[in-house]
Design a protein around this ligand. Structure first.
Ligand SMILES: C[S@@+](CC[C@H](N)C(=O)[O-])C[C@H]1O[C@@H](n2cnc3c(N)ncnc32)[C@H](O)[C@@H]1O
Length: 418
């Protein structure tokens, strides 16, 4: 089905030919035709993208903003031009088209749904990137392997599925050359954060648990799982960027071929711990069942990734680019990157100030005061993007608790912890 650009301006005619109501949507530097949101609202009035004939979710605009910035910054840092991207679950094509328009990439994009590819082709046409975006109706794994067998080597493979990226990971890893990045989104946050322990064990092969740092746990489990799958294919893995937003987890992991590299990456896996009694958080090892500070039985979850959540140089480059780029959610992107930049070098999971104060039976001091006081005492400390009630620090556990305790008392609390 070929549309002229003039026809696209007549949305009623496009709707008739596609067989469902559509509207024009602008995001970043592109404008696409998408299913008309008004027509796919739940009884509570919220737009439900999964009900539309082709998937387009405006709530993922930040995810796409960050992805485009990532690709531009990564290419810049490595001196790469005309990079190739695989986006095998493309839906409306918005992500593939943004990579082509905003990061000058060549994109191989597929979807199992013929309706999706019909719409994505129209969208590539409207944005005049038909020569940079190859679109095909195909199964994601089959297509990635086929492209790769033809010698097409992607710099980035972006797996953005419904739910978990697990079914597509092995093919994505096999489709990489000697070096490349896998970006994966997971929306199955209930298993990953420990709310559905059986599903967590089943899908991610992880000893399940629910820590107080559940959003970070979700990110670290997904990153850890990719590292383990990569090692099975003899790739070493480096986490370049990992974050949690809205209702999903997103990680960018660079893989490089080599058995020794794979062995080294596995060293970065371990078990995360949380003590429900004294709020200790850390990675004491899977043998340690008792809290090293209060002796209570801890929640242990793993294996998960214990290392840095992002690469500082990369985040810095992304921040600079964000500053001079028109993005769909510029303010949110800038805030997220700034917080991530500060969080990067503190590997220990975040603390929840409300939980510590509830344990101490004292009302909460300001979280920023806690961060500043920990810094004054010579430790790294920062807020976290994971949770507005959270902070992360390099300070040892007793120092953290004492600092919060003293600040809470200063605020006029009289009740003492017993
Ligand atoms: C979450 S949507 C993709 C959204 C898109 N990446 C974006 O940024 O807007 C997932 C898409 O995967 C497609 N899909 C599901 N299973 C697939 C498979 N095995 N192979 C290819 N596409 C598949 C669905 O048709 C759907 O369009």
């Amino acid at each position: 089905m070929v549309f002229t650009l003039r026809e696209v301006r007549n949305l009623e005619s496009v709707s008739r030919r596609l067989g469902y109501p559509v509207e024009l949507v602008s995001e970043g530097a592109v404008t696409i035709v998408a299913p008309r949101r008004e027509a796919y609202r739940r009884p509570d009035g919220v737009y439900e993208p999964a009900w539309a004939p082709v998937f387009y979710n405006p709530r993922m605009a930040l995810n796409r903003d960050i992805s485009v910035l990532f690709l531009r910054a990564y290419s810049e840092l490595h001196g790469l031009r005309d990079v190739v991207v695989f986006e095998p679950l493309t839906g409306s094509g918005i992500r593939a088209i943004r990579y082509a328009v905003e990061a000058s990439a060549y994109v191989y994009a597929t979807d199992i749904s013929a309706a999706a590819i019909r719409l994505a082709s129209l969208n590539a046409e409207i944005n005049r990137v038909r020569d940079r975006v190859v679109l095909e109706v195909a199964d994601a794994s089959e297509a990635m392997l086929r492209f790769s067998r033809r010698g097409i080597r992607p710099v980035l493979i972006d797996i953005d599925p419904f739910g978990s990226p697990i079914p597509f990971l092995d093919a994505a890893i096999e489709a990489l050359g000697a070096r490349g990045v896998i970006a994966a989104t997971a929306t199955d946050t209930a298993p990953l954060s420990g709310t559905h322990p059986r599903a967590l064990r089943r899908k991610y092969d992880v000893v399940p648990g629910r820590t107080a740092w559940e959003k970070e746990q979700a990110v670290r489990i997904l990153a850890g799982y990719i590292i383990r799958r990569a090692a099975a294919h003899e790739y070493g893995a480096k986490v370049l960027l990992a974050y949690y937003s809205d209702y999903y987890v997103r990680v960018f992991v660079e893989l490089r071929k080599g058995a020794r590299r794979a062995d080294e990456s596995l060293q970065e896996l371990g078990y995360g711990a949380y003590c429900p009694s004294c709020n200790y958080t850390g990675y004491p090892g899977n043998e340690v069942k008792q809290c090293p500070y209060c002796g209570a039985r801890m929640v242990l979850v793993g294996p998960l990734y214990k290392g840095q959540l992002c690469d500082k140089d990369l985040v810095e480059a992304m921040r600079k680019l964000a500053n001079s780029t028109s993005l769909a959610q510029k303010n949110r992107v800038e805030r997220l990157l700034e917080t991530l930049r500060q969080e990067c070098s503190i590997e220990k999971p975040y603390y929840r100030l409300d939980r510590i104060c509830s344990m101490l039976r004292l009302s909460m001091p300001k979280i920023q005061e806690v961060v500043e006081e920990l810094r004054r005492r010579g430790y790294q400390a920062t807020r976290t993007h994971f949770d507005p009630r959270g902070f992360r620090t390099s300070a040892p556990h007793p120092i953290v608790i004492n600092t919060v305790y003293e600040l809470a008392l200063k605020r006029g609390n009289t009740q003492r912890y017993e």
